[in-house]
Design a protein around this ligand. Structure first.
Ligand code: ATP
Ligand code: MG
Length: 263
């Protein structure tokens, strides 16, 4: 199911990406509107991280292209922040929590610019938003996995951009942190920002996201979340791995119920 939008913020056109000649994204085509939380969903190896990296132009596609605000990424990079998947980051890198979050201010200050008071204030505020203000001086190597994840989110917040690409931001964070980050994301979209999130848990996906991109090398769907809550689409995305589906059965049956539960 492919719902194309008018006035897209992100356009992906016929994108094919290969590693060692083996395609991991195949002829992907979709468009996304601004001001919403968008989930990218699919099994391990589906190409979710590759898709984010392609949108950031960190990988050269074999064919196709991506546009953001109708422009090539290099013209709008300053409007985008990217949170990589936790596993892909070198956490032994010697830096304090505050150093990492201040890195989010590079783009504004330039590599050799000095941070000013405002940068420090924004960094502190960003750490407060993810509940990490008590760890300012701690080395990032000495944080738990969930705390590291939250510091990376704070770095993205400190960038104060329009578009956020987040690769599994909820991996390893506890339930109450997950809820507060989600609330923060909702506030951000209400302020017109757009958040693209790679996410693993299907059950919560239908509650969290306004729009869903279902991916398994090929694009299975790009549509409002409610329309993605469909047995055959989920089955196509996850192949034969069906224990997931039984848990989803009730959700699908009760599709008429409002999906956004009030907490
Ligand atoms: N640098 C690389 N070189 C070769 N193959 C790669 C590389 N990075 C990823 N791949 C392969 O490309 C495919 C897609 O990988 P990708 O990391 O995009 O998947 P994913 O959907 O993010 O998976 P996960 O849920 O495990 O994070 C996988 O089969 C993976 O093994
Ligand atoms: Mg990944």
């Amino acid at each position: 199911m492919l719902v194309q939008v008018d006035n897209p913020l992100i356009e992906v056109h016929d994108l094919t990406v290969s590693y060692d000649k083996k395609p991991v994204l195949w002829n992907i085509d979709f468009s996304l509107a601004a001001g919403q939380i968008i989930g990218i969903i699919g099994p391990n190896g589906a190409g979710k991280s590759t898709l984010l990296k392609s949108i950031m132009s960190l990988i050269e596609p074999q064919s196709g292209y991506v546009k953001i605000y109708g422009k090539s990424i290099d013209d709008v990079r300053g409007k985008i922040s990217y949170v990589p998947q936790r596993e892909s980051v070198d956490w032994d890198f010697p830096a304090s929590v505050l150093d990492v979050v201040l890195m989010g201010r590079y783009q504004k200050r330039g590599l050799f610019g000095r941070y000013n008071k405002e940068d420090k204030r924004i960094a502190q505020e960003s750490l407060e938003k993810v509940g990490m203000q008590g760890f300012v001086k701690r080395q990032i190597s000495q944080l738990s996995g969930g705390q590291q994840q939250r510091v990376f989110l704070a770095r993205a917040l400190a960038q104060q951009t329009e578009l956020y690409l987040m690769d599994e931001p909820f991996a390893g964070v506890d339930a109450s942190t997950e809820e507060s980050i989600l609330n923060l994301m909702k506030e951000m979209t209400q302020a017109g920002k757009t958040i693209l999130v790679v996410h693993h848990d299907l059950q919560t996906a239908f509650k969290y996201f306004d729009w869903m991109v279902l991916l398994n090398t090929r694009l299975i769907a790009s549509c409002p979340a409610q329309d993605a809550l469909n047995e055959s689409l989920i089955q196509e995305t996850y192949g034969g791995k069906l224990p997931l589906l039984s848990a989803l059965g009730n959700l699908i049956k009760n599709k008429d119920m409002p999906i956004r539960e009030k907490k």
